[in-house]
Design a protein around this ligand. Structure first.
Ligand SMILES: C[S@@+](CC[C@H](N)C(=O)[O-])C[C@H]1O[C@@H](n2cnc3c(N)ncnc32)[C@H](O)[C@@H]1O
Length: 206
């Protein structure tokens, strides 16, 4: 990546680098993906459509080489699976949900880099209980409302390191436009290229 001049340039460069990696040569199938999709289905899903943000998240991890990744909203574990695939060996992915059913992570349950946490993203005691700080990549994907994302960022944004990246799914769902428009960090609106409901990426200024 070329050296960016400003935080806005930096987040745009990260976005472009992650986006550029979204092809099969950079994102090969491996056996850990099987609970999510067989190889033929996986190839189809790498085309523009519902799951494209999974491949983008994988690309973000490839580009950023983060040590500490936090996900708010595990659900079936699809996004966590794709962020885990190329996470550095000394990295950790902590994924938090009030009621996860992580069937897509079935082949990763023994991976020491994965931490599945049952809890609320807005529990003020949770970050300290988990000992999380200096977060390199935070992915926010819970109930897609302005009120909840604001409550989540109040807790979690201080834990993102300067220069760390925050990704948001569904930035154009419900009243999320109000949040996204007002969110005052260098950011890229990925439109509906990655998900029909919108996707955005931002950077905490160094
Ligand atoms: C859209 S799903 C997450 C999808 C997943 N990130 C993916 O892309 O594969 C949203 C999840 O957020 C969880 N959720 C909603 N409110 C939450 C909260 N306050 N704390 C933690 N998880 C929450 C729900 O239980 C649900 O599983």
């Amino acid at each position: 990546m070329a050296h960016p001049k400003s935080a806005s340039d930096a987040v745009r460069a990260v976005h472009q680098a992650a986006f550029a990696r979204m092809n099969l040569a950079d994102q090969p199938y491996d056996h850990r993906i099987a609970p999510f999709a067989d190889e033929a289905t996986y190839r189809q899903r790498l085309e523009p459509g519902q799951d494209k943000y999974y491949h983008y998240l994988r690309g973000l991890v490839q580009v950023l080489q983060p040590k500490t990744v936090v996900e708010l909203g595990t659900c079936q574990g699809g996004s966590a699976l794709f962020m885990l695939l190329d996470l550095p060996e000394d990295g950790t992915l902590t994924t938090i949900d009030v009621a996860a059913r992580p069937e897509f992570l079935a082949s990763c349950m023994d991976d020491p880099r994965l931490r599945l946490v049952e809890g609320s993203s807005t529990d003020p005691a949770l970050p300290e209980r988990l000992g999380l700080r200096d977060v390199d990549l935070l992915f926010v994907d819970t109930d897609h409302t302005c009120a909840q994302v604001a409550a989540e960022l109040a807790k979690w944004l201080p834990l993102v390191r300067p220069g760390g990246v925050i990704a948001f799914d569904d930035v154009h769902m419900n009243d999320m436009d109000d949040f996204w428009d007002a969110f005052d960090l260098p950011k890229v609106d990925c439109g509906t290229q990655l998900h029909w409901s919108g996707f955005g990426v931002a950077m905490k200024e160094a």
